[in-house]
Ligand binder design. Structure first.
Ligand code: S3P
Length: 434
């Protein structure tokens, strides 16, 4: 696609959308499918660049994966069936691929190297290196800077088994938790992880679905080793993180009414709904379907007069990826919005405190960066500007929505990075606009 995209103000966003499959769930379905016995069938899989990176990594480890029509089929190799990759595993831009796969690789009897793009080579991997090393894994940052490339070799412990640990994560990160739980399947006893605040629990839910023995109590998850994982049929729910842009557009673009179909509403992910409702946003949750582990619903969003909120504490992990969109929404809310306890924003695909604040300032917002979030004085109208995506998909998408609600045209530079999680994003969003 064109790398620079011009977006003009919208007079209203009206219609129905189905957002693509959830990125977190798609990654995990491929990974557990690869380690299960039998053929896992995945529908509504997200064909975004990040999940395709995961697919490519497993193909390089001898897993056959077919992608025909609506269904992805993963021909599982079993827990001990992966083979040594002939070359470096390329994780692209994907932090989820890097951290989750490193947990799996830590338990393998072969050597592997993980590497990705310039952004991934700056993201902190010490958070997985530390607990995996405590388990006896041989994992190191090749440049000794705590980042990728990561080199992983067999642990060399009796029976090739990793040591069972009980680990308290200093950061609330589902990626770290998942890496440890995956490594725990190759442990010599039960492995548990305790987090400082609850994070998305897709790994726990899916491990249970594939037949692993897993227990969750409060913010502690425990997995038992050597599970017999059995292939499953996984229907991936629509990604609430992708729905967030239509929630934002529906609320802040005047005269809007958007029905977003089949959105995952897992309570560990639904912070955007809570925040939007606290801001006075009109969101009606319809057609709840709780028949599978990952609940879904349709969301009807209508233009609303928003008011400021304070967002922080244990709510942050439930909306961490939606904070760029929430910051844009806060510009249209009456009063001062405070986002705090969100220093994790600095280590995402871009430093999202800096990139969001810089771009919103360019559009005329009254906003200040803080050490762990931002303060946004709402109500100043935004004007069109030249926006840089910083190759961060969530920044590009949030500012496409901001552009619709601003005065005058906005240019988004390096707009194509939305391919990471939502290849069809602009066509879908602009297709709703009047
Ligand atoms: C993810 C966890 C979150 C999130 C990321 C996806 C996952 O990252 O920001 O987009 O699928 O586990 P952290 O675990 O680093 O918080």
């Amino acid at each position: 696609m064109e790398q620079t995209l011009t977006i003009r103000p919208g007079k209203g966003c009206v219609g129905e959308v189905s957002v693509p499959g959830d990125k977190s769930v798609s990654h995990r379905a491929l990974m557990l499918g690869a380690l299960a016995e039998g053929t896992t069938e995945i529908t509504n899989f997200l064909r975004g660049a990040d999940c395709l990176s995961t697919m490519d990594c497993f193909r390089k480890m001898g897993v056959s994966i077919s992608d025909e029509g609506q269904v992805i089929r993963v021909f599982g190799k079993g827990l001990h069936g992966l083979s040594a990759p002939a070359s470096t595993l390329d994780v692209g831009n994907s932090g989820t691929t890097t951290r989750l796969i490193s947990g799996i690789l830590a338990g393998q009897p072969f050597e592997s190297t993980l590497n990705g793009d310039a952004s991934i080579q700056k993201r902190p991997m010490g958070r997985v290196i530390e607990p995996l090393s405590q388990m006896g894994a041989n994992i190191r940052s090749v440049k000794e800077n705590g980042c990728a490339p990561l080199a992983i070799s067999p642990c060399g412990l009796p029976g090739g088994r990793l040591k069972a640990i009980r680990y308290r994560t200093p950061v609330a990160s589902a990626q770290v938790k998942s890496a440890i739980l995956f490594a725990g399947m190759y442990g010599d006893g039960p492995v548990s992880v305790t987090e400082p605040a609850p994070t998305r629990n897709h790994t726990e839910l899916m491990l249970a679905q594939f037949g692993a023995q897993i227990a969750c109590q409060g913010t502690t998850a425990t997995v038992w080793p050597e599970p017999a994982l059995t292939a499953q049929k996984i229907r991936v729910p629509g990604d609430i993180s992708s729905a967030a842009y239509f929630i934002g557009a529906g609320l802040i673009v005047p005269n809007s009414r958007i029905l977003i179909k089949n959105v995952g509403i897992n309570p560990t992910r639904d912070g955007i709904l809570q925040a939007a409702q606290m801001m006075g946003g009109k969101i009606t949750i319809e057609n709840r379907d709780t028949s599978s582990a990952e609940a879904t619903a349709d969301l009807l969003v209508e233009s609303s007069s928003l008011k400021a909120v304070t967002i922080g504490g244990s709510m942050i992990p439930s909306l961490i990826d939606e904070l760029p969109m929430i910051a844009v929404m806060a510009c249209f809310a009456k009063g001062t919005t405070i986002i705090r306890d969100a220093a994790e924003l600095k280590v995402k695909e871009s430093n999202r405190i800096d990139t969001v604040v810089t771009n919103l300032k360019a559009m005329g917002a009254h906003i200040e960066a803080t050490s762990d979030g931002m303060i946004i004085h709402g109500g100043a109208p935004l004007h069109g500007a030249v926006i840089e995506s910083y190759l961060d998909h969530r920044v590009a998408m949030s500012f496409a929505v901001a552009a619709l609600a601003a005065e005058g045209p906005t240019q988004i530079c390096n707009a194509g990075c939305v391919d990471i999680s939502y290849p069809d994003f602009y066509r879908t969003l602009l297709g709703l606009c009047r």
